[in-house]
Design a protein around this ligand. Sequence first.
Ligand SMILES: [Fe+2]
Length: 237
Amino acid sequence: MTPMTIDIVQFRYAADNLGYLVYCDGSAMAVDGGAVDAMLDFIAGQDLQLKIVANTHDHPDHTPGNQALLRRTDAVHLTYRQLIRDKAVRLGGQEIGILETPGHTMDSLCFHAGKYLITGDTLFNGTVGNCFSGDTRAFYNSLKRLMALPADTIIYAGHDYVRESIAIARGIEPENPAFDSYLAAYDSSHVQSTLGEELAVNPYLRFNAEPMVRMLRHKGLRVDTEFERFSSTFGLG
Ligand SMILES: [Fe+2]
């Protein structure tokens, strides 16, 4: 018997927040389920059962749907501690990997479901999150971990900041030819990109790209180690 594939659907709420339902073989997990009614409508329409409610991190714009989803379904809430202890979630016979990606906050997680990566406020389409934890090295290590995933990994982020992020990226790297096709593919009703596309446009993942390193050096910024290049790049925006 061939294993059931993992599907994912994106829900927009509160202007630019993005939440997700991951589902497989009739079972669903909500990640940052702020769009409660739309999610429950989808679950009913697809004859799914919501089993799990989870979050990419504990910021209040990512958790507002938790209580309503738990009240209106039989789902259980998996906490940060449970998720990092188990390192994976089983859903409809498939495994969803839990990646610890501290930096934006120390409790930031990414969910790796098949070819999909739900990145919360760690990695956005076109930019990265603020380092609210203050631990720039942890953030760097987290981004390095994501950058090592396959280039066709689809990035599903916690906010749609695409237009403003690409405007900033253009300011940092005016000669980068990749922005036009990236923006041409942008669809506010389904915000996504591949990791390969991010490596081409997202300035905060481009600290090893030759044009970026040249520009940093030209500005007199530190470029000797990879972490210095990351820190120099991170300071640009
Ligand atoms: Fe956040």
